[in-house]
Design a protein around this ligand. Structure first.
Ligand code: UT7
Length: 334
């Protein structure tokens, strides 16, 4: 039998109905549309309704991804949700999605790597597929960042939004050789070619939430040293992209689309410049979605698939950096 590879059979996303514009935000906190657009590229963000939780967003994105894949819930044998804003400390969002899908079998669990969560979730799911331990996996990034924002802190509250995105991975035989980690011509295979994960816990103070079940009664708020996170993001994202393309025997020129975590338009531009990637090959949704943490990559992926930019056979590179600090990348032949 040939080795297994994870193919992306479908994708879907969901954004809450309520749109919060920069101008509306400027009536609540000392900021302006001009500052937010110039420094971040953000024009608006979506905000979950009262009583609408991360699991609700995740479920809607999952339903759309399954429909796109032409599959039904009972085909799924594993659910991985990347989130840093779960409905509750436990149960996991993944098991809540499992229940909403009417499933009582298979495995479901959350992965927490802040804004890098989707890449981490994708890597975990891919390895289960390659090990033959799961055949159809829902990988979801879902967040209600609005619930952990200090709405009095203009340096952070203008940056984030709520949303969810999902992909369905299916196990397929890779008849082109060993998937990923090779320079020997596997890059023609369809599916996840490789994933690359990194973290440095000594940098935790740069971006964190100042609460949690073990340290305080309250959930807490997101705190960030923006300038330092920005500087490290450009360096680490450039490094992990170079690592990913080198591991597959490719160059930046071979990449059809970069689908990055959407933290700041200037981070996207700075990374693209360092990699000599033309800006028109970067999928940008930060203007409409803001930073939706673990949801931002699958949201952007879904946008670019549905508007026809991402096509069969193309090479898609995804990358992210977030609290922890964590960072990583994944390369997919669509
Ligand atoms: O997704 C996880 C990873 N997160 C990121 O990658 C975020 C990385 N960091 C960033 O995107 C940027 O650092 C920010 C957008 C957070 C901030 O942009 P900046 O260009 O680094 O601004 P700054 O923090 O250096 O602040 C510049 C000025 C300050 O005023 P003074 O001290 O120069 O008078 C801030 O007080 O801008 C002020 N400022 C604001 N002004 C209006 C900060 N936030 C705002 C605001 N509106 N919302």
């Amino acid at each position: 039998m040939n080795p297994l590879i994870s193919k992306i059979a479908g994708c879907g996303s969901y954004l809450p109905q309520r749109v919060l514009t920069n101008d509306e935000l400027a009536t609540k906190v000392d900021t302006s549309d001009a500052w937010i657009v110039e420094r971040t590229g953000i024009h608006q963000r979506h905000i979950a309704a009262e009583g609408e939780f991360t699991s609700d967003l995740a479920f809607k994105a999952a339903e759309r991804a399954l429909a796109d894949a032409g599959l039904v819930a009972k085909d799924v044998d594993m659910i991985v949700v990347a989130t840093t804003t779960p409905d509750n400390t436990f149960p996991s969002v993944a098991t809540q999605v499992q229940a909403k899908l009417g499933l009582g079998n298979g495995a479901a669990f959350d992965v927490q790597a802040a804004c890098s969560g989707f890449i981490y979730g994708l890597a975990v799911a891919d390895n289960f597929v390659k090990a033959g331990q799961a055949r159809t996996v829902l990988v979801i990034g879902a967040e209600t960042m609005s619930r952990i924002l200090d709405w009095k802190d203009r340096a952070t509250c203008v940056l984030f939004g709520d949303g969810a995105g999902a992909v369905v991975l299916v196990a397929a035989e890779n008849d082109l050789g060993n998937p990923g980690h090779s320079r020997t011509g596997n890059s023609e295979a369809r599916g996840i070619l490789s994933t690359h994960l990194h973290s440095d816990g000594s940098l935790a103070d740069l971006l964190y939430v100042d609460g949690g079940p073990s340290t305080s009664q309250a959930t807490g708020y997101l705190r960030m040293q923006g300038r330092e996170v920005f500087r490290r993001a450009v360096v680490n994202l450039t490094d992990v992209v170079l690592e990913t393309i080198a591991a597959n025997g490719l160059t930046a020129d071979d990449i059809d689309w970069v689908v990055p975590h959407q933290a700041n338009k200037r981070i996207l531009d700075g990374t693209a410049r360092k990699l000599k990637l033309p800006p028109e090959r970067i999928v940008v949704t930060i203007d409409r979605h803001a930073n939706t943490s673990a949801a931002s990559i699958p949201l952007a992926l879904d946008v670019a698939v549905r508007d026809g930019r991402i096509k069969d056979g193309q090479l898609i590179l995804m990358e992210a950096m977030g609290g922890g600090m964590t960072w990583g990348a994944g390369l997919v032949r669509w």
